[in-house]
Write a protein of this length. Structure first.
Length: 639
């Protein structure tokens, strides 16, 4: 059996031999690939086989793997479980599954490799997508006994979305089906039929046994009917180079470098293309122009920087550049838009809710983003487009995004560095989705703000008041509308200009098309918040009385207003008292199962963490609580 070259295993050879080896290393290409597929398809065992047969395992690692194999009952067909050479986490060894992404390096005389062993379990699909995002090639494993599973299809979809055009379909565990040629061909045909619409440039099916080593490094003695390459032979020869077309220059600014007053530079890594000293560049999104004066590195100035170079650029002109800006050449400029279509892979167990604001990170750019609508979900079993309002855990879909400020990007298919993003929950700080931008929406560039001659301040002066919104939140029956009504009556008597938005009233008109699912509740609050902002812009004092159960949407509403304009009033009445009151009989119906998604019963209410005003109607009358709110408004000089 041919042996792989062991990097770093050379003894005290002459310096010339070391130099020769280093030179040989530098001339060989590097292939970054991942192993993926469903759980227990043998991904870790396959990499373990490559490492074991290459002798690229330290003695202490071998002893540890042998010990853990014996403790776990031994690997299939022997005392050493090859997967333990890769699965490093204790939880992985206990459960015999891969949880995290494990990276390993090995080399042959023809090529260098960095392989990412990604988890197959549905729960860790996000880890698989993370590992795939840095790879050029994929080995998609299939258990010969089970065939193509849903998770196999899901991983294939993710590979396609991430732009990995060439894959090897490794039909593993052929020894457990007696190296049956018909079984292998049936699996290869099944996958070919499914993947035809995914647009893979090349799919190479290889039958193998990772445990026994058949067709991994050397041709199998048990599968004379197979005439194709071994897995390693294919990895050594597959061409994953780009088409040769040079991508436009992109330089995301990571840091404004100002070590002293006489130097101002903009540090980052060239994401694509190249830049030369003296060239004119455009700073996006501002559109300002400047000429590159210096390309600074720790080892001295460069005349030219290209993709992958970490440099600091200085400009001949004084221009305003900030972290997150993207520097480009005029030719092949990036897109700049505040609305875009994007594909999402949803990672969170909480569903995606259109209208909810998330934090979006695209390279060095950070902003909030709202999913305006879901165009469709992708059925990973047959690639059909399925209608839906939300994305559930591990689902893939196409949606429209809206950002409050323009985002600078390229379509992911053209430049992954500037077209990929993640969405983050604003409260838990958990990464909930990975996204790939398809294109900017044309209407985003056709709509501009119309300048108005009379603004909010002028309207407030005319009305002799400071416009604001009082956002009453709490359970049904807490007393929100009663206090808000009483407050508006008092303000009206004082000569103030007011308006009240009540949850039930709005659902008779503006929001009559919405139900009471979480997605509908989010959209309900988004519309009301936008309406309240218009009323505040008109100079009014606005009372908003809505359950508004989710902190995220109340924060979204707050973000629409200027500092001091949004006052959250938490009517903190205990559930048992609200249920005892039950003024509309809703709790009784919810307990009887006649009303679904009722807040406090079978739908969550998230109480405010730091409301400006907190009221408890179980301990005071609406009139006295109204006086407390008026006192707070006077203290804030709003009335």
């Amino acid at each position: 059996m041919p042996r792989l070259q062991v990097v770093g295993s050379e003894g005290k050879g002459a310096s010339e031999r070391v130099d020769a080896r280093i030179a040989a290393e530098e001339t060989r290409s590097l292939l970054r690939f991942l192993t993926c597929g469903s759980v227990d398809d043998g991904k870790s065992t396959l990499i373990g086989r490559l490492l074991y047969d290459s002798a690229l395992v330290y003695e202490d690692q071998m002893r540890s793997a042998e010990h853990d194999s014996r403790r776990a009952g031994g690997g299939r067909g022997g005392t050493l479980d090859l997967a333990f050479l890769v699965d490093g986490l204790e939880a992985e060894r206990e459960q015999k599954i891969t949880i995290d992404v494990a990276y390993r390096y090995f080399s042959t005389p023809r090529r260098k490799f960095i392989v990412a062993d990604t988890p197959g379990h549905v729960q860790y699909t996000r880890n698989m997508a993370t590992g795939a995002s840095n790879c050029d090639f994929a080995v998609l494993l299939v258990d010969a006994r089970s065939g193509v599973l849903t998770q196999t299809r899901r991983h294939a979809c993710i590979l396609s979305l991430l732009g990995i055009g060439k894959i090897a379909l490794a039909v593993n565990k052929m020894d457990l089906v007696d190296f049956d040629q018909a079984r292998f061909e049936a699996i290869a045909e099944d996958f070919a039929g499914f993947s035809a619409e995914l647009g893979f440039e090349l799919v190479t099916a290889i039958p193998l046994s990772a445990l026994k080593g058949d067709n991994v490094i050397a041709p199998s003695a048990h599968m004379h009917w197979y005439r194709g390459p071994t897995l390693l032979g294919h990895l050594e020869t597959v061409d994953v180079a780009s088409s040769g077309k040079e991508r436009p220059f992109r330089f995301p600014v990571q840091w404004v470098n100002r070590p002293h007053l006489d130097f101002r530079g903009y540090a980052g890594t060239v994401a694509s293309g190249k830049i030369a000293r003296g060239e004119e560049v455009v700073i996006h999104p501002s559109g300002k122009r400047a000429h590159v004066a210096r390309i600074v590195t720790a080892d001295g100035d460069l005349d030219e920087a290209q993709e992958g170079d970490a440099v600091t650029l200085t400009f001949a002109e004084e221009v305003d550049v900030s972290r997150g800006n993207i520097i480009a050449l005029e030719a092949g400029a990036p897109s700049v838009a505040d609305q875009m279509a994007a594909r999402l892979i949803w990672f969170d167990e909480e569903p995606m809710l259109p209208g909810r604001a998330y934090t979006l990170k695209c390279g060095c750019q950070t902003t909030t983003a709202t999913i305006s609508n879901l165009k469709y979900k992708l059925n990973v079993d047959n690639l059909d487009h399925v209608a839906g309002k939300t994305l559930e855990f591990n689902e893939v879909g196409l949606c429209n995004l809206i950002t409050p400020k323009a985002l600078v990007f390229d379509p992911y298919a053209e430049n992954a560095a500037t077209g990929a993003f993640i969405l983050i929950d604003r409260f838990t700080n958990a990464t909930v989705a990975a996204g790939m931008i398809e294109f900017g929406l044309r209407r985003a560039t056709n709509i501009q703000w119309q300048e108005l001659f009379v603004d909010k301040a002028a309207r407030g002066v005319l009305m002799e008041q400071k416009p604001c919104v009082l956002w009453f939140t709490g359970l049904s029956g807490a007393g929100k509308s009663t206090i808000a009504n009483t407050l508006e009556k008092r303000l009206h008597a004082m000569g103030r200009h007011t308006y009240m938005l009540d949850g039930d009233n709005v659902r008779h008109g503006l929001n009559k098309d919405l139900g009471f699912t979480d997605a509908d509740r989010v959209e309900n609050i988004r519309r009301v918040a936008e309406a309240a902002r218009l009323f505040v812009d008109a100079g009014l004092i606005v009372m908003v009385s809505f359950i508004s159960p989710f902190r995220s949407e109340r924060r979204m509403a707050r973000d629409l207003f200027e500092d001091g304009e949004f006052i959250e009033v938490f009517v903190d009445t205990p559930l048992e008292i609200c249920e005892a009151r039950d003024p509309k009989g809703l709790y009784r119906k919810a307990r009887a199962g006649l009303i679904a998604n009722f807040t406090g019963i079978d739908s969550l209410y998230e109480p405010p963490e730091r409301a400006e005003i907190q009221l408890d109607t179980s301990k005071a009358t609406p009139e006295s609580l109204t006086e407390a709110v008026l006192g707070e408004l006077r203290r804030r000089h709003l009335i």
